[in-house]
Design a protein around this ligand. Structure first.
Ligand code: GDD
Ligand code: MG
Length: 430
């Protein structure tokens, strides 16, 4: 990918929020084609090999609930082969077992492509038990199962990505009618990580446009109604703290985003549609200047937040109506409203905004949004043991104790050199 370097950056404590970067070439060639160093200050070529190296270390989590199989297939076809794919489904199993249909689709796709791919149901009781045993009961409802919601599915996916030993983790929604855009999102995630200098990085997509039909013509809108509002209030949150006006945040609601695992394990997560907005809020809470950071080392090293504008438009299911937009506005502004980083003035402005738009009642305040604590408190070994034997446990990277791995390698090399008869014998037995 060839990409412009960020023209602006806003620092807040340990956070470095970069301005939006445009993509100049979706495929910028191999490393041999690299521009001379002095030409690399405005635009950077990230060669194919570099992207591939990152994708080998990346899991892509695909949350879905009752989406059409055709859409799921489109997304799966588009994710680069090197990535580990984790589909987390919350589709109904009654009266028709939709999950079963998804499993069949995923399995035949895996057979044809030899892709690393697992699928798990959000209501899988074994997965729920694993969270309970590993010390994370917050995710479970009164029936002892993982709660409903996209954020909750993302958390399950994150845990599996961690067990897969991945260094990066990205998310793509299934309700996407343009599979090629998914390939672009993943390539953009890899590009962001290739540019990043810190262990802790996040890459967020800004859709080029969201096409709609207006007066029988295609009309390419720039931002959704909820996104405009979320971005405005996130920028104000920063403005009031720094005393300088900024418009740097343009991806407050980015469902398509990726994190380095180091960062993913240390952030808290908001339930429901507040999840993406809360990333920013929690970055300010944990690595801002309002309170002491629980991770002083990371605070010192810095957290980089990239915002990349896609070239593909984003065409998704927009039939959800006004109520859904209100739900998103309430959740997004709600997580800002309830944060300790939010000033009284901004709280009043949020209340006024939500009441004026009739998102909440005239005297109401936004209902509290549930916040899940950082996943770094989960013991991965306990979690892995609890899901042992389940089909989705295939993701788990087998432990490689350094000493034994080396000894094994040496032994294999020796046996190759000496033509170890035991090995030959075993081969003949087959
Ligand atoms: N596993 C799981 N569990 N997946 C879910 C659930 C759930 O309970 N609910 C929804 N999903 C899946 C959907 O099937 C879809 O693939 C993805 O999550 C996004 O859900 P939508 O309901 O389509 O959300 P949206 O399109 O309105 O909003 C998306 O874009 C926003 C930015 O415009 C989401 O990604 C938002 O989080 C994002 O802010
Ligand atoms: Mg959608």
């Amino acid at each position: 990918m060839r990409i412009e370097l960020p023209r602006e950056a806003q620092r807040f404590g340990g956070n470095l929020f970069y301005g939006v970067q445009k993509v100049y070439e979706l495929d910028a060639g191999l490393s041999a084609d690299q521009l001379p160093y002095e030409l690399q200050f405005v635009i950077r070529q990230v060669p194919y090999e570099a992207l591939h190296e990152i994708e080998k270390q990346m899991a892509i989590i695909v949350p879905m609930k009752a989406e059409r199989l055709r859409l799921l297939e489109g997304v799966l076809f588009a994710i680069p082969h090197a990535c580990q794919v984790i589909v987390v489904s919350n589709s109904p199993r009654e009266p028709v077992d939709r999950f079963n249909m998804e499993v069949n689709a995923v399995e035949s796709f895996r057979t044809f492509t030899k892709k690393n791919l697992v699928i798990v149901h959000q209501k899988d009781p074994v997965a729920a038990q694993a969270f309970a045993r590993a010390g994370y009961p917050e995710l479970l409802d009164k029936d002892g199962l993982i709660r409903n919601g996209k954020a909750e599915g993302m958390i399950l996916g994150l845990m599996l990505a961690r067990l897969a030993g991945k260094k990066y983790v990205g998310f793509v929604d299934v309700d996407n009618f343009i599979p090629g855009s998914v390939l672009e999102y993943v390539r953009a995630y890899s590009t962001g990580f290739a540019l990043s200098k810190s262990r802790c990085a996040m890459v967020r997509m800004l859709w080029h446009s969201k096409p709609k039909i207006v007066e029988s013509q295609l009309y390419f809108t720039r931002y959704g109604r909820a996104s405009i509002l979320t971005n405005e209030y996130l920028n104000r949150l920063i403005n009031y703290r720094t005393g300088f006006e900024t418009e740097v945040i343009k991806t407050g609601n980015a469902g398509e985003h990726a994190l380095s695992m180091e960062l993913a394990m240390r952030l808290d997560y908001a339930a429901g549609y507040g999840v993406e907005t809360y990333h920013f809020v929690n970055l300010l809470e944990k690595f801002g200047v309002v309170r002491k950071s629980p991770y002083p080392d990371m605070m010192k090293e810095g957290i980089e937040i990239f915002q990349i504008e896609s070239r593909n438009p984003h065409l998704h299911d927009i039939s959800k109506g006004e109520e859904h937009i209100h739900e998103m506005m309430q959740a997004s502004l709600g997580v800002i409203y309830q944060s300790f980083t939010c000033s009284e003035t901004l709280r009043r402005e949020i209340l006024h905004e939500l009441r004026r738009r009739k998102v909440i009642g005239k005297r109401a305040t936004p209902p509290a949004v549930r916040i899940y604590p950082a996943l770094d408190r989960i013991d991965p070994a306990v979690f892995a043991k609890a899901i042992d034997g389940q089909p989705y446990a295939l993701v788990i990277e087998p432990p490689k104790p350094a000493g034994r791995a080396k000894a094994g390698k040496e032994a294999r090399a020796k046996s190759r050199a000496s033509g170890d008869p035991r090995k030959k014998g075993r081969k003949r037995e087959k």
